[in-house]
Design a protein around this ligand. Structure first.
Ligand SMILES: [Zn+2]
Length: 280
């Protein structure tokens, strides 16, 4: 257990009225005064986003989170305080935002083939969780390089649904075009949690997801095996390959691929601009 929070002055802010720009930057830099490595990350991120950076903190949220908006450009961190891993959480969210600073684009448009058009709102629920997992794969070595421990990288996972009951009931209620990606993501979510933490349960959850998912979709083991290979190759750690590697994962899951991305740049520090790029 670390005791970072004991040495830290915390002042609560209302997430609906976050600190902005220079005030947000100062609040974060003050928090990291005794952790120079993370302070450098905070400086890089906040000077890139300038007046577009926002920060708030509270005790009453499940976990810390970051956000990145395009129109208008907003980069925000909402930090959960009152825990034993505040500095680690702040570093984690800063590393998510630093990926945008380092030219890893954000998704903006997908291209659904006609037969998937009507399921697009259900299928859209795959993008954020999948990209979050991909980003964690890129960020973990950076987190360790800041001097933190792997056990402090993630909060413990949500326990899985009752898969047995799910297999019995969902068949009649949810169409296969939505169920197959769900099983893929469910497996990958646990598999990556095992890979990115020091916990034992996620590996068990992963094998359970595979066992029950396979009873519905015999092709599931092959699909998730292809997905884990994309992670293990790690080509998406190169920002220029990130879009196409993410699309590989989406194709395996049978989810519409992303055809438009947004890259952030800040030639004049503190004044980021968004540039749309298309991939086919
Ligand atoms: Zn994260």
């Amino acid at each position: 257990m670390n005791n970072h929070q004991n040495s830290m002055k915390t002042h609560r802010t209302d997430p609906k009225r976050p600190l902005k720009g220079e005030k947000a930057r100062q609040a974060i830099l003050n928090k990291l005064a005794d952790h120079p490595a993370t302070l450098a990350v905070a400086q890089e991120v906040t000077s890139f986003f300038g007046s577009r950076f926002q920060y708030s903190e509270s005790e009453n949220i499940d976990t810390s989170e970051f956000g990145l908006g395009i129109e208008p450009i907003v980069a925000l961190i909402h930090l959960k305080v009152g825990t034993s891993r505040i500095t680690q959480s702040l570093a984690h969210e800063l590393l998510h935002l630093r990926l945008a600073v380092r030219k890893f684009p954000k998704y903006s448009e997908m291209d659904a083939p006609d037969h998937l058009e009507k399921f697009i709102s259900d299928l859209s629920e795959n993008y954020d969780p999948l990209l979050n997992i991909v980003q964690h794969e890129i960020m973990l070595p950076e987190f360790l390089a800041l001097g933190f421990q792997q056990k402090d990288f993630l909060v413990p996972p949500r326990p899985p649904a009752n898969y047995q009951r799910l297999v019995r009931t969902s068949k009649n209620q949810i169409i296969p075009e939505v169920r197959f990606p769900w099983w893929c993501l469910e497996y990958i979510r646990h598999w990556s949690h095992a890979r990115h933490s020091t916990l034992l349960q996620p590996a068990l959850y992963a094998s359970e997801a595979l066992e029950f998912g396979k009873s519905e979709f015999p092709e599931l083991p092959q699909a998730v095996n292809q997905m884990t290979q994309v992670f293990e190759n790690g080509h998406f750690k190169d920002a220029s390959k990130y879009p196409s590697e993410v699309n590989k994962l989406l194709s395996i899951m049978l989810v519409p691929i992303i055809t438009q991305w947004v890259e952030f740049s800040s030639e004049q520090p503190g004044h980021p601009i968004a540039k749309f790029i298309r991939t086919e």
